[in-house]
Design a binder for this molecule. Structure first.
Ligand code: SF4
Length: 375
């Protein structure tokens, strides 16, 4: 299938930073470099190379953040709600090795290890090996609690590429209150310093709620990132997970406009910011897909509907049908889970109906996206 794309990347369009990273990969990971080149060459013909974000270890986490969208996927939440652990078959190391093989064949070059808190996974080391860090960039999402200097060096020695450390306020008391755990700010800052010192790629990720982009605290965080040359990745709170009942957290157009101003002047970005020559648009299927612990593939970090399970179908087939779905395939300027009333209603109705009889998310393809049209 060919999807028209207005922007075709050329080396001259890349920022110096992106060029530096690509040159680096030419030497360190030739197969990654080869896949990036192929992606640039073929993206105008509709070829995609999405990030695969892996939720491992049943999303176990040591913190309990106020607007965590992962809580409904966690074993602790499931046991609290139903008294039982997750009965579904969980992906094992052989499954991840097979996923790595399929991803490589597809031309995918990025895995993000997330949770919960991925550093709590006792299988972390063999998991990284199974994902083949010579052929993929392995990126770690962490709250920093366990990511000290020793762990930074260890992750680098396994072939890890980058750490994405979350910080939800530049002010210690606010961050700790948000995380529901005293000391989490100090641990996050320590891991930021350790990652910088270890020479590993680094970004800080932060979640904004309504009004935060106008606050003094946020400006101080931006200044800190500028001074230390750390990119700031911003996510916008969505009415999902623990934030489902908090409409007051949802950002307005004023927040988004202010964020765009900051993006123009600082190294601040969201997942819709143009990067790697891609236009800034909704990235369902084509930008980031989350692989749940049971193999379900979810085409947006904020959705609870699957496009297929890796236990049943090859990755390429699942991504292909996602791209043919009328909601997910087309390149759109808007965020459909945040801005499109018809889609939000469809999504939330399907999730509510599913939860009436089944406590496990995401909703399988047959009961959600499978009921919608194809393009
Ligand atoms: S629906 Fe919104 S949150 Fe999801 S991928 Fe698109 S822009 Fe991102």
């Amino acid at each position: 299938m060919s999807v028209p794309l207005a922007v075709v990347a050329a080396d001259s369009q890349l920022s110096l930073e992106e060029n530096r990273k690509r040159t680096d990969q030419r030497l360190k990971r030739p197969r990654v470099y080869e896949k990036i080149q192929a992606f640039f060459r073929d993206m105008a013909d509709g070829v995609i190379s999405p990030i695969l974000r892996l939720k491992t270890n049943k999303s176990l986490c040591n913190l309990q953040c106020q607007h965590c969208c992962e809580e409904p996927y966690m074993e602790r939440d499931l046991i609290a709600r139903t008294g039982k652990p997750d009965p579904r078959r969980q992906m094992d190391l052989a499954d991840y090795a097979d996923l790595s093989r399929q991803a490589d064949e597809y031309g995918i070059f990025r895995f993000v290890l997330t949770g919960g808190e991925a550093m709590l996974d006792k299988n972390f080391e063999p998991l990284v090996a199974a994902l083949n860090p010579d052929r993929h960039l392995i990126i770690l999402d962490t709250n920093g609690w366990h990511f000290d200097e020793k762990k930074v060096n260890w992750f680098a020695s396994l072939g890890g590429y980058k750490a994405q450390i979350s910080l939800d306020s530049y002010y210690e008391a606010e961050h700790d209150a948000f995380r529901n755990r005293k000391g989490s700010y100090k641990k996050a800052m320590r891991s930021i310093e350790a990652t910088k010192r270890g020479g590993m790629e680094l970004l800080i990720s932060t979640c904004i709620v309504k009004g935060r982009v106008f606050s003094r605290e946020f400006q101080e965080l931006v200044d800190f990132c500028d001074a230390n040359e750390i990119p700031l990745y911003v996510t916008l709170a969505k009415p999902v997970g623990s934030a489902r009942e908090h409409d007051e957290w949802i950002c307005t157009k004023e927040d988004v406009d202010r964020l765009k101003e900051l993006e123009d002047r600082h190294n601040v970005f969201t997942h819709m910011t143009p990067s790697y020559g891609m236009p800034g648009r909704c990235i369902t299927v084509k930008g980031i897909n989350t692989i749940n612990h049971d193999g379900e593939v979810v085409p947006c970090p904020y959705m609870d509907l699957s496009i297929g399970n890796l236990n049943d179908l090859p990755l390429a087939e699942i991504l292909g049908r996602g791209m043919r779905n009328k909601w997910l395939g087309p390149y759109r300027d808007e965020c459909i889970i945040g801005e499109h009333p018809e889609f939000i209603k469809f999504h939330n109705d399907v999730v509510s109906k599913h939860l009436d009889t089944n406590p496990l998310l995401p909703v399988p393809y047959e009961d959600g996206f499978g009921l919608t049209g194809q393009i």
